[in-house]
Design a protein around this ligand. Structure first.
Ligand code: DC
Length: 230
């Protein structure tokens, strides 16, 4: 079957990565978490005291950053920043608190989008983020927009953080999600909007298995359409 690109966008903690990972595994596709790339850049900026508003410092830092994704022995994709596995470090609250700000910087977005397009050039990829269906792969065969109730999203994020031994109060998480929603959807550069042709899935009342089944079903029908079209 011909390979396609699956672009999944939506607000934070709507189940994008959980769904994308499992769909990629079932289809034998590559999974790329584009949010992890913005998080890794944020980690570098914070650790190297890069001033977000100083274009020279930002440019210099971007030239020093090398990002790569490696599949571990359990089949999970992990992000490496300058050859160091930062998969755990980028999920901490201190990164979540600055990442939306870093991802409004035009040159940061330009560098990330170029990398993302390179990774998708052979198709067979599931990528999740905020601008995947609108900017990175507007030609993707399958575009999805995930949404969910804020409380459900906050509980999911709290559980995820707890699994990483980061105990964060629910109110703090809700505030962080709301502030990121606001920045992500109103920023000048590539704001989070539903892409033309994207199918919306509300994940509030459905299980992960149901989400995954629905996306795989949609992907298979797109692959069939592609096959018939030749
Ligand atoms: O998916 P996430 O919550 O890990 O993403 C972290 C931040 O990165 C999010 O608040 C906005 C930004 N982001 C972006 O601007 N564009 C993307 N394609 C992915 C993430």
């Amino acid at each position: 079957m011909r390979k396609i690109i699956i672009a999944i966008d939506g607000f934070s903690a709507c189940g994008k990565s959980t769904t994308a990972k499992e769909v990629a595994r079932l289809l034998g596709y590559r999974y790329i978490d584009s949010g992890a790339m913005y998080r890794a850049v944020t980690l570098y900026f914070l650790d190297h005291l890069v001033s977000f508003s100083n274009p020279k410092e930002v440019d210099k830092a971007l030239n020093e950053i090398k990002l790569s994704f490696i599949v571990n022995s359990k089949g999970a994709t992990e992000i490496f920043l300058n050859a160091i596995n930062v998969e755990k470090a980028i999920r901490k609250m201190r990164i979540s608190e600055s990442v939306s700000q870093v991802s409004t910087i035009k040159v940061v977005r330009k560098a990330m989008v170029a990398l993302q397009r390179k990774m998708g050039k052979d198709k067979g990829i599931v990528m999740d983020g905020r601008d995947i269906g609108t900017v990175v792969f507007p030609e993707a065969e399958l575009k999805l927009f995930l949404s969910a109730d804020i409380m459900v999203r906050a509980f999911r994020r709290q559980k995820e953080l707890l699994e990483k031994e980061d105990l964060v109060e629910l109110d703090t998480i809700i505030e962080n999600l709301q502030s990121r929603d606001q920045i992500d959807s109103t920023r000048k550069e590539s704001p989070l909007v539903r892409a033309t042709g994207a199918i919306e899935i509300d994940t509030t009342n459905i299980t992960v298995d149901e989400q995954v089944d629905e996306v795989v079903r949609l992907a298979l029908s797109q692959m069939l359409i592609k096959k018939w079209k030749g």
